[in-house]
Ligand binder design. Structure first.
Ligand code: FE2
Length: 196
């Protein structure tokens, strides 16, 4: 399924058909690793699982599940993904695509999840050390440590706290062979997060 086909399917459909199309798209484009040990699908499911252990609200869980949709979209466009070599701006690709269908509580933490990594690494050098090798490399491409102005601006952002929470789940969601719920289990959660 291409990005254009996905857009058309999402525009025309009711909530459950929208979710089915989104999940079909994720299954079609979630098999790649992008320099991590887990696949993009495993990573998405683990991020959502961790979100669900802390939050019952469907919005942060949906943001967690879809936070790297930009990689899936880039794959559907045939773009090679080398996150340790090129800053692909996947956070904006996902947020820009999703904002027609989901509220800001879903799209803006996604848009900020790379900035949130820069923030966490800036305020805590131990955080940087805890990242996967690929994530440490991409951190430098994505701008590296924040200066005081960038830090202060991020702390004032209305989605600062949910973006940090998402980022922490994201960075933990790279465990090989973890036994967790499959994508279909999130259908009602994602349907509940859709814009009316
Ligand atoms: Fe991620």
């Amino acid at each position: 399924m291409s990005q254009e086909e996905l857009t058309n399917a999402l525009i025309a459909a009711g909530p459950s058909a929208k979710v089915a199309s989104l999940f079909d798209f994720m299954r079609a484009h979630g098999g790649k690793h992008y320099e991590e040990e887990v696949t993009q699908m495993e990573h998405a499911l683990q991020t959502a699982y961790l979100a669900g252990t802390e939050q019952s609200d469907p919005l942060p869980v949906t943001a967690a599940l879809l936070h790297d949709l930009g990689h899936f979209l880039a794959d559907s466009l045939g773009r090679p993904i080398n996150p340790t070599k090129v800053d692909d701006l996947h956070e904006n690709l996902a947020a820009d695509f999703l904002q027609a269908f989901f509220p800001a509580e879903v799209t803006e933490p996604i848009r900020l999840h790379v900035v949130a990594k820069r923030y966490l690494c800036t305020v805590d050098s131990g955080y940087y050390e805890s990242l996967s090798a690929a994530s440490r490399k991409s951190f430098h491409l994505q701008g590296g440590p924040m200066n005081e102005e960038e830090k202060a601006a991020f702390e004032q952002h209305p989605f600062y706290a949910p973006a940090l929470r998402l980022r922490i789940w994201d960075d933990k969601a790279k465990e090989v062979g973890k036994d967790i719920p499959e994508l279909a289990q999130y259908a009602s959660v994602v349907a509940a997060a859709l814009l009316p």
